[in-house]
Write a protein that binds this ligand. Structure first.
Ligand code: KG4
Ligand code: ZN
Length: 341
């Protein structure tokens, strides 16, 4: 079974070819550099870039997989959530292709695809569902922060999410206050390496709250006030490294503590994480330490599968077809605000 998968929910145009659970190709064209000039993703520009890039990226994915369109058995695309104009490009192109080839079309929920990306490993990457076990999954990126109980394959329940900013947004916005380029997450990660995480004390929002929800806007505001009261600090490179390490430590502590607490409460033996912020080395490190201490198996998505990609879309589509989920209509609409159940 060969699946062509498309992902255009935000600022990455990605196309993958997945055959029987193996990712034969996953081409990602990132628009980060273009949006960096504006300090964030501009939806209209994102849509135009997707339009410009989708065909070349599709051709590249097929070429890399040595696959012709006549070998495609099904087409999958991200239906939502995401930017409406961006989603439209990949979703409608996918439906058009499925219709033209007279093959099934599978609509994919972007967050559900993230849930299974930690199970894609190796070279070439392949889905390792033989070792799948119930888990608590942390999805953290610029647009989403949530904890999900994955009881079984295709069976999940959202435990909580952010009530304001996403964790990646917090990295990006606090970085902006420090004068760092967009997206600031990877820059903070790098600067924090030589910083003292205990130098400055920032709040850990909702850390002791019994819910599985997150809130990061208060942390961002406290950094804003801190910089207002210490304006000269930004002239001292070591103080900036300390600030990065301290902010990062606050975000990471909240994410790790709440993930572990949820996993313990639900009695699972496995924790997974995905989404752009899962590239953060402190988060990866602290999650591994906490999981080891508490006896949980930890599955972190590989870095190139943390950020948005079509490989996870194709793998989930393959799994859905295998487990008997019915394909969707070729005229279904995008669902920009669709929530994970
Ligand atoms: O998943 P993603 O590519 O896009 C969506 O938001 O859906 O995630 C991008 C986010 C940005 O906020 C970026 O700053 C953050 O992930 N990010 C990181 C790191 N790499 C990416 N945050 C902290 N440390 C990193 N190493
Ligand atoms: Zn995402």
């Amino acid at each position: 079974m060969t699946i062509l998968a498309l992902e255009t929910s935000c600022d990455e145009t990605s196309v993958a070819v997945v055959r029987d659970g193996v990712v034969l190709s996953s081409v990602v064209s990132s628009q980060i550099k273009m949006h960096a000039d504006y300090g964030g993703v501009v939806p209209e520009l994102a849509a135009r870039e997707h339009l410009r890039n989708l065909m070349p990226v599709t051709r590249a994915a097929l070429r890399e997989a040595s696959t012709g369109v006549e070998q495609i058995d099904a087409v999958a695309a991200t239906q939502g959530p995401g930017l409406p104009t961006a989603l439209l490009v990949g979703f409608k192109a996918g439906q058009g292709l499925a219709f033209a080839l007279n093959k099934p079309f599978i609509r994919i929920h972007h967050h559900e695809a993230h849930l299974y990306s930690p199970w894609i490993t190796g070279s070439p990457p392949r889905a390792d569902f033989d070792s799948f076990q119930p888990n608590v999954s942390l999805i953290v990126s610029g647009g989403h922060t949530m904890l999900v109980y994955v009881e079984g394959e295709l069976k999940h329940r959202v435990l909580g999410g952010t009530i304001d900013d996403a964790a990646g947004e917090c990295f990006d916005k606090t970085g902006k206050l420090m004068g760092l380029a967009y997206p600031a997450g990877p820059i903070i990660d790098r600067l924090a390496e030589q910083g003292n995480a205990k130098a400055f004390d920032f709040p850990r929002p909702l850390l002791n709250d019994s819910s599985d929800d997150f809130s990061f806007s208060g942390l961002k505001t406290s950094v804003r006030y801190f910089l207002r009261d210490n304006p000269k600090l930004l002239n001292d490179p070591q103080a900036v490294r300390d600030l990065c390490a301290s902010v990062q430590a606050a975000i990471v502590e909240v994410l790790v503590t709440k993930t572990i607490r949820a996993a313990k409460r639900l009695g699972v033996r496995c924790v997974t994480a995905s989404g752009g912020v899962t590239c953060n080395r402190a988060l990866r490190n602290e999650l591994s330490i906490a999981c080891k201490r508490n006896g949980f198996l930890l599955r972190l998505a590989e870095n190139n599968l943390c950020t948005d990609n079509a490989a996870m879309v194709g793998i989930l589509a393959w799994r859905k077809l295998l487990l008997g989920v019915q394909p969707s209509d070729c005229d279904a609409d995008i669902a920009p605000g669709i929530q994970l159940a």
